[in-house]
Each structure stands twice: as structure tokens, then as C-alpha cells.
Design a binder for this molecule. Sequence first.
Ligand code: SF4
Length: 98
Amino acid sequence: MTTEPEVRVEDKLYQNRYRVDSGRSHIVVKPHDTPSPELLALVKVCPAHCYTLNDQGRVEVAHDGCMECGTCRVLAEGTGDLTWTYPRGGYGVLFKFG
Ligand code: SF4
């Protein structure tokens, strides 16, 4: 019996490449003083860890590692807390490097 090698998500993410559209984030978090529960959830559910809680307790996004899975869009765009579009053509994640 053969066993499959253990694969970590972080190792697979490392195989991706990104062409970052500097200064034109395809994800925008609505300015807020206190994050909604949906925004707070993004800090935990984004598989690429694009969302963080800053020193003021606000949720921030760094779009440069986004793999366009749409999880945050499904969770928070309907609340009005988030604007999500695909990156412009030629930018964003490039898969299949591993
Ligand atoms: S689309 Fe996916 S990878 Fe990109 S920021 Fe949202 S949850 Fe994270």
C-alpha cells in the first residue's frame, strides 16, 4: 500500500505567481471604525491570508497574494463592506508553476 505524500497549503500557494497591479487593488474594504462580523471573518477564512486586523482594530486587505477564489466576495460583498472585481487583464494570479 502506498501513501500519498503530505502536502501543505502554504507549499502549494508558493507555486503561484502574481502580476500585481500596483495602486489598483481589485478588492476594496469600505472604510470603517468597527468591522462588521463579516469583515472580521475574512481575517480567518481567506486561504491566502490577504486580510489582517490593524492596530486600530480595522480590517485591511493586501491584494497582491489573492488567488481569486471568491470566498471573501461571497461572504462580504453583499453587506456593502467590500467591493470585489477581477484584476485587469494581464494582472493577478498565475497558476500552474508546480
Ligand atoms: S478572493 Fe480568495 S484569496 Fe482573494 S482575498 Fe478573497 S478570500 Fe482571499
